[in-house]
Design a protein around this ligand. Sequence first.
Ligand code: ATP
Ligand code: LTN
Length: 338
Amino acid sequence: MDIVQKEQKKQVIFSGMQPTGFLTLGNYIGALKNWIGLQDQYHCLYCIVDLHSLTVRQDPANLRKRSREVLMQYIAAGLDPEKNIIFYQSHVPAHSELSWILSCFTYMGELNRMTQFKEKAQKNESNVNAGLFTYPVLMAADILLYQTDLVPVGEDQKQHLEIARDIATRFNNIYGDVFTIPEGYIPKVGARIMSLQDPTKKMSKSDENENGYIRILDEPNRIMNKIKRAVTDSKGQICYSDEQPGIKNLLDIYCSLREESVESAVDHFQSKGYGDLKKEVGETIVEALRPIQEKFQELEKNKDYIDQIIKDNGDKANALAQRTLRKVQKKVGFPPRV
Ligand code: ATP
Ligand code: LTN
């Protein structure tokens, strides 16, 4: 097999994050951290899904700023913009175009079952918009446009991935092999980092309580304070158990950042108290995030470099997306362009 053929055989990876706030430790451990290790073996596309973030009301200036910051955090965390296609969803119109077509192959009943919709609808009672309901269709379009093989995400996205697979299979059954059927790629430890203030809820960047999450860009002092305040329990014993969700969460954070097994961590903390655990977890986070924060500060000074990445990567994504979109349009019977 020559090099060109080998290159062509690389599988495609697609994932994305919403620019709805500052990226959290949950986003990092559940998704971003795992993306870094994939860039050499796969063709990777990492999107800033700004269209998705409109499902919750956004301040325009803030959205613009957050979107650029997410892109810079991707790079600061170690994604190489030469090896990965890092781009804004809104710069590739094919996402919206395919989404419309796929919405005609998605059933209301399927969307009604989505737990994220139910949760977000409850949280935003005054703005239960149609976009919030059709959110998984747009996500399916994101993934299917690039003939994606693998989608590295946290556990909360499992249901959305399943619906993307169902839509693709349904479409293929009617029109032939148009889409690759994607698989999820979910980490074993750290796929669901919990809120520090309520360890039964997932850590979320749009949480109103800032103490519930740690931002990738939080200063060391702040990180130590948030961990100090993390809700635990009164058992006083460090075990990895569902009965101690706060302690379990701290151990998950510790283990995934240090790439250490749960057994060895529990062993390490056996004769120690919650104070020691919190101190060591805090220090582990500070050390893991330090290089990312330094790189981010450097990138902030380099406006032209970032602008160029946005342009080049957007062009690349557009070219790839067009291939699938044209194929789909032809299959469903839209008139050819003459
Ligand atoms: P929002 O609060 O706006 O819903 P979010 O913090 O849940 O946002 P997303 O942009 O929806 O973040 O998710 C980006 C990626 O991070 C997804 O792959 C998601 O599975 C992962 N992720 C988000 N929160 C966590 C978490 N607490 N633990 C592990 N992975 C997470
Ligand atoms: N819904 C995802 C973000 C997202 C995504 C995607 C992830 C939008 N499109 C495509 C993977 C692949 C979330 O994390 N809330």
